[in-house]
Design a binder for this molecule. Sequence first.
Ligand SMILES: NC(=O)c1ccc[n+]([C@@H]2O[C@H](COP(=O)([O-])OP(=O)(O)OC[C@H]3O[C@@H](n4cnc5c(N)ncnc54)[C@H](OP(=O)(O)O)[C@@H]3O)[C@@H](O)[C@H]2O)c1
Length: 254
Amino acid sequence: MDVSQFSLKGKVALVVGGAGDIGKAIAETYSIAGADVVISSRKQENLDKAAAEITAKSKGKVLGIAGHLGKLDTIKALVEAIMKECGRIDIVVNSSGSSFMVPLVDVEEWQWDNVMNVNVKGPFFLCQQIAPIMKKQGGGSIINITSYMGVRTEETLGVYCISKAAVMHMTRVMAKEWGKWNIRVNSIAPAWVHSRLSDPFLQMPGVNDRMLAQTAIGRFGQPDDVAAIALYLASDAAKNQTAGLFPLDYGMLI
Ligand SMILES: NC(=O)c1ccc[n+]([C@@H]2O[C@H](COP(=O)([O-])OP(=O)(O)OC[C@H]3O[C@@H](n4cnc5c(N)ncnc54)[C@H](OP(=O)(O)O)[C@@H]3O)[C@@H](O)[C@H]2O)c1
């Protein structure tokens, strides 16, 4: 096969949650593969730091634009700013995430709203705003980072599980509706990946061992493992791949 298909030269990629551990690994991989990259999350200083670290390795164009991506107004402003700066959007990765550890009976409305806004509403409206742009350009690739918890359940993380299941089906619905515009929509469902989001949970007494016992290979991965799948899905090597759910589950879903 022609491995140059994995090049992202000439493409513009938006990675939401791009200052986070998984998002940054994806943004860095895309930048090294030749894309111009925009990263977004709430705090400008985190974005500036991440952008500087990425450009130190790739020398590509990396732009950080801050905003709360659970709000439609912010999403519209972000899309406008990218079009002004970069002129096109070829790849979108939804990697922002929020969760609370609360049993279902104790979940408060604001917690439900926070998780659903960041994990489901934001990605939905972002894709909705960008799909017409991709249609005009002749296609694009959307990648939603969901979780193995969209399939399995984990006590105290119930609302997160529900939100990630919604993202899995949102991916399929978008793939079906926008396939006619050559927009490919896929999701990646990692199990535990060492990051700021997951490590505090894994470090709770007994949790790491209990989780590892459910894997086939006895270890969890790193953000770069997710980035490898995200590179494939963003690239022309995946030109015929849509509506897929790509687990990085170490055998946990067997
Ligand atoms: N790590 C794992 O084990 C694991 C497993 C399965 C799935 N995932 C999923 O992978 C994705 C990335 O997780 P991660 O481990 O890289 O976590 P992370 O390091 O905490 O990254 C999450 C990112 O989301 C951003 N964010 C949070 N709320 C936001 C908002 N309202 N608007 C815009 N950005 C917002 C955060 O930045 P700010 O706080 O600066 O806004 C941060 O950049 C998430 O969707 C997560 O659910 C992670």
